[in-house]
Ligand binder design. Structure first.
Ligand code: FES
Ligand code: FES
Length: 1015
């Protein structure tokens, strides 16, 4: 140990540290939890940024002994809440304020790093350009925002710090809104932003001097006169996140907490012939080492889904067989990370290797090895472990063969989509401990706290009631945390030792032992008449679920359910479409796939939208007109609604709102489609003959929740001062769902959002919610909140009417007459009592009661959001390099509750989808070992690599929801890859069947220039 003296946030410190301890570890050990761990070993994420003598550095790459005599700044020293009771502080730093006000904070895991990097930049360069800002934060990865709002925030903070007027806090709620429905084309007046353009990416928004997306609304929405719903309210958790408060799962101190590590399999398929833990157990500082012999053998599914799990039960916490490189072999708990790692090396394992399946096409061959030969395996639906089949789907709608016979042309092709990672910046992390009542507490970064409790109870041998799951803030999930992935590891070790245990994935573990998007091979066959009428459409899928079947059925089902529902055909086919969707979901000896934002739908739209583009061009039809001719319309039956519902009973559903045509009109106008598409001049890049511009489109639809299944609950109680506690089981992953739920409650109760104190979620205190997935929180949990708020409002009105009558004895007023507004309960004549008076009256004075309400909601329908996604690219035909210059998305997500958080969802989603389009891919060698094990090899977009992002919301009013909302979170994942693929085709005629469009794939396609003509 050594004593290191340095200045931390202006205070001289003398810390005892070990020689090899990183600054990140020392800071977090001392409670500076604003410094985040991104799981990396190579300093690639920047979440751990601190300022060293004013310069941003990764604290994970620096030893604490190296900071002797230096000056360190962390987020804790930057600014704080201005009002702390009788003590007032200088408040938040202008950079922190700007991050909050501009909606730059989603999960907030990267926020302290952005704030510090911005501080370093602005202290040196008060007048940064946009590209200088992007360079300054390029070392910090954000998986949520798409960087647009953080960049806007830093530019805004620069302006404030320069003392310029009219910038601070000037979010003009209505400026420029709404756009007229006949909003004209090409409003930016710029024909191009092509390669080499230096048009700033924030131009669309900064020219308006507001951080609002473009919005189109129907008169119906205006007439509602909503005061909180539809407004850019600040995120309810933004202030704590921007201060780096200990809000995340790992930000907790527990006396005697052990560190857990897992021994992962180095082989793809093997039996464990012999395992010896004795040397590891004997190592001083080791508290427990467990293998499959030490814990009960309970089969379960790790998929965080409602009961019964719609998939096979095929997983054990630990097993005598390993099924992929990265599978679990043993668990260790030790006093320190170093001891735990040493112990892993002392575990002796002898494997009996088995032949492995590494290509899904081999899984169902007759001589294929059987991956799941365990007798405990529990089938679901059509799974068959003897054929390595985790699930099978056969859906025939109408008469597909007749439809093909009636076609003038049949088009067939095979498309391939890759395995990709959610890559949330906060790794999976869990802390477990026994509480004073001998109940097991699981504090975990999860999207599904209630499913974690239910699924783990039998695995741990505990009744549900003896488990409490706490979900703190989550540093991004994107479906990766809709999995009961690591909670059992820490829980088994706490049971074994009686001590608190923390288990946190490294980035490498995220790649080798977490979940991913299902890779698929998809064969399309489409019958079309020469006028462009689709007569029959068929999709056949081979989906690779990896070694375990978690989410295999439901993800793959959605691949067809959403993408193949969009095009029903025209004329008589519109009334009676012919659609076929067949899928085999097979096991392989690769890391299991699972849920990833979009949940199978992005896999479906790559082939569907590439196929539609190619058909329309072959028939000489306008690609957009062809699509709209065949696309589903308002009032029509969702064709899959009578055929399939995630393994449950399907029921017919009429689609009530379709804003697709307006999405197309507005999106075309924004990107300048009519000036660019088919214009040879625009496609050329002056003076650069090797470059070609292209423009592409994709139309997409998603779903909103799972009908007759997804359920959310909410409860609201009134406090003495007229504020309210809103308790929801819903899980805010950084999406802003806590905020939009608070907005809905505030709307009903007539109070500002700051009067709604949201708590989500804790299985002991909050009502049940199935969790954050299927784009359902605003819709399902929102409807539950509205019900709870209406119950509270009714009680308030009843009491208020009585109080008003007592106070103003001359008037007659009934509860129905009362309006809740501005923290008051008002009679039609203007007489009122304040909500604080109502609360005091209820709690202390007359006929006392706790004013409370509860609500729960499930939906009989799943109203689809729709979108038109546009992309502009520049292709280098010599190297195969694709540069995406601009992405425009026009989205019908129903009423937008919060334009800032919703546009943040679209920007972040488009950015993730952009990686799917051009660079993200997980590849394995012939032994089944991962090629990508960090965020260097697996490239996600950085701030200085981004195209221009633009969003326009086409608001429809979905009648099945009290505020007319539909889902927004997943749809941005669906259209970017095919729109980019179609733009590449437009640019250079290269037909790409497999994404991502890497330079090599494009170069090969250019060489092949495959022809595609129907027969
Ligand atoms: S760069 Fe330090 S944790 Fe990622
Ligand atoms: S807000 Fe940046 S990683 Fe989530």
């Amino acid at each position: 140990m050594k004593t290191v003296s340095f200045t931390l946030n202006g205070i001289v410190q003398h810390w005892e540290v070990a020689d090899g301890e990183t600054l990140l570890s020392s800071l977090r050990r001392q409670g500076f939890f604003g410094v985040k761990f991104g799981g990396c070993e190579n300093g690639e994420c920047g979440a751990c940024t601190v300022l060293l003598d004013g310069n941003p550095v990764n604290s994970c790459s620096l030893l604490t002994v190296q900071v002797e005599g230096r000056n360190i700044q962390t987020i804790e020293g930057m600014g704080e809440h201005p009002d702390q009771g009788w003590k007032k502080t200088a408040g938040l730093h202008p950079i922190q304020k700007a991050l909050v006000e501009s909606g730059a904070i989603q999960c907030g895991y990267c926020t302290p790093a952005f704030a510090l990097a911005a501080k370093a930049l602005l202290e040196k360069n008060p007048y940064p350009s946009e590209s200088e800002v992007r360079e300054a934060i390029a070392g910090i990865l954000c998986r949520c925002t798409g960087y647009l709002k953080p960049v806007q925030a830093i530019l805004k903070a620069a302006s404030v710090l320069r003392g310029e007027k009219g910038e601070e806090g000037d979010v003009e709620e209505d400026s420029g809104l709404p756009l007229p429905m006949n909003w004209p084309a090409g409003t930016d007046g710029q024909p191009s932003t092509g390669a080499g353009s230096d048009i700033p990416q924030t131009v669309t928004l900064t020219r308006r001097k507001v951080f609002m997306p473009l919005m189109v609304e129907t008169p119906e929405i205006r007439q509602k006169g909503l005061s909180r719903v539809g407004k850019p309210e600040l995120k309810v958790d933004a202030i704590k996140l921007v201060q780096g408060k200990p809000a995340f799962a790992a930000d907790i101190e527990k006396r005697g907490m052990l560190i857990a590590k897992v021994l992962h399999s180095p082989v793809a398929h093997a039996r464990i012939k012999h395992i010896d833990l004795s040397k590891a157990r004997a190592l001083p500082g080791v508290a427990a080492v467990l293998c499959y012999k030490d814990i009960p053998r309970v089969v379960y599914s790790t998929a965080g889904q409602s009961d019964p799990i719609p998939g096979p039960l095929d997983t054990f916490s630990l097993d005598s067989k390993v099924r992929f490189v990265g599978d679990r072999v043993a668990f260790v708990a030790a006093e320190t990370e170093e001891i735990a790692e040493q112990a892993l090396k002392l575990i002796e394992v002898e494997y009996e290797p088995l032949p492995a399946i590494l290509d899904a096409r081999d899984a169902m061959k007759t001589d294929a090895p059987i991956i799941h030969d365990e007798p405990e395996y529990v089938n679901f639906a059509d799974s068959n472990p003897h054929k390595n089949l985790a699930a099978q789907i056969h859906i025939d709608i109408g008469d597909v063969e007749k439809g093909f016979k009636e076609a003038d042309r049949i088009y067939e092709a095979e498309y391939v989509v890759p395995k990709v990672q959610q890559a949330h910046i906060e790794p999976h992390v869990v802390v477990t401990y026994w509480d004073e009542d001998d109940r097991l507490v699981i504090r975990t970064s999860t999207q599904v706290p209630f499913h974690v409790r239910r699924i783990l109870a039998p695995v741990l041998g505990l009744p549900v009631k003896r488990i409490r799951v706490i979900k703190p803030r989550i540093g991004g999930g994107f479906g990766g945390k809709q999995e009961v992935l690591i909670e059992d590891v820490a829980a088994h070790l706490t049971i074994a030792t009686g001590r608190p245990v923390i288990y946190e994935y490294t980035r490498e573990e995220e790649f080798i032992a977490a979940r991913s998007r299902h890779p698929m091979r998809i064969r399309m066959k489409t019958g079309v008449k020469l006028d462009g009428t689709i007569t029959a459409n068929e999709m056949r899928v081979l989906s690779d679920t990896g070694a375990y079947g978690c989410h295999g059925l439901t993800v793959t089902g959605n691949t067809g359910h959403k993408s193949m529902a969009l095009y029903v055909g025209d004329g008589p086919y519109r009334k009676s479409p012919n659609i076929r969707f067949y899928a085999d979901v097979v096991y392989t000896n690769t890391p299991p796939a699972g849920a990833y934002r979009g949940y199978g739908v992005p896999q479906g739209f790559w082939p569907v939208e590439r196929h539609m583009e190619r058909i329309s061009r072959d028939l000489g039809l306008d690609p957009i007109a062809f699509r709209l001719k065949n696309a589903i319309r308002e009032g029509e039956l969702h064709p899959f609604s009578t055929a399939w519902s995630e393994g449950r009973e399907p029921r017919p559903e009429i689609i009530q709102t379709v804003g697709l045509e307006e999405c197309v009109r507005q999106g075309k106008a924004l990107i300048g489609w009519d000036q660019k598409f088919g214009n040879p001049e625009w496609h050329r890049v002056e003076g650069k003959p090797h470059l070609r511009r292209g423009i592409g489109v994709a139309l997409v639809m998603q779903g909103t929740a799972i009908p007759y299944l997804d359920m959310g609950g909410a409860s609201i109680k009134m406090n003495d001062d007229g504020s309210f506690n809103l308790l929801v089981g819903a899980t805010d992953l950084g999406t802003g769902s806590d905020t939009v739920l608070a907005q809905m409650a505030a709307e009903v109760l007539g109070v500002p959002v700051e009067d709604i104190l949201v708590y989500s979620s804790d299985t002991d205190f909050t009502p049940f919610d199935k969790g954050a997935y299927a784009s359902s929180t605003t819709y399902i949990s929102g409807a539950a909140v509205v019900k709870a708020a209406e119950e509270v409002a009714e009680k308030i009105k009843k009491r208020a009417a009585r109080m008003i009558k007592e106070r103003y004895s001359e008037i007659e007023v009934t509860p129905e007459d009362i309006l809740l507004e501005d923290r008051k309960a008002m009679a039609p004549g203007g007489q009122f009592v304040t909500l604080a008076e109502v609360a005091l009256n209820a709690l202390h004075h007359t006929d006392q009661e706790q004013i409370m309400g509860i609500g729960s909601y499930y939906s009989p329908v799943s109203p689809p959001p729709f979108a038109a996604q546009f992309a502009e690219v520049t292709v280098d035909v010599e190297t195969g390099q694709v540069t995406v210059d601009r992405l425009v998305m026009a989205v019908d997500s129903g009423v937008i509750v919060n334009p800032v958080t919703a546009s943040g969802q679209i920007e972040g989603g488009m950015t993730q989808a952009l990686g799917y389009a051009v660079c993200e891919e997980m590849v394995y060698d012939k032994e089944g070992r991962a090629r990508e094990k960090d965020l260097v090899d697996y490239h996600i977009f950085r701030a200085n690599e981004m195209p221009q992002l633009e969003t326009v919301f086409i608001q429809t009013y979905e009648p099945s929801h009290p505020f007319g909302v539909k889902a927004v979170a997943e749809i941005p994942m669906d259209g970017v890859a095919p729109a980019v693929g179609n733009a590449v085709f437009d640019a250079c005629g290269a037909d790409i069947f497999e994404n991502p469009i890497t330079p090599e794939r494009l170069w090969r396609a250019l060489k092949a220039k495959q022809s595609f003509t129907g027969n």
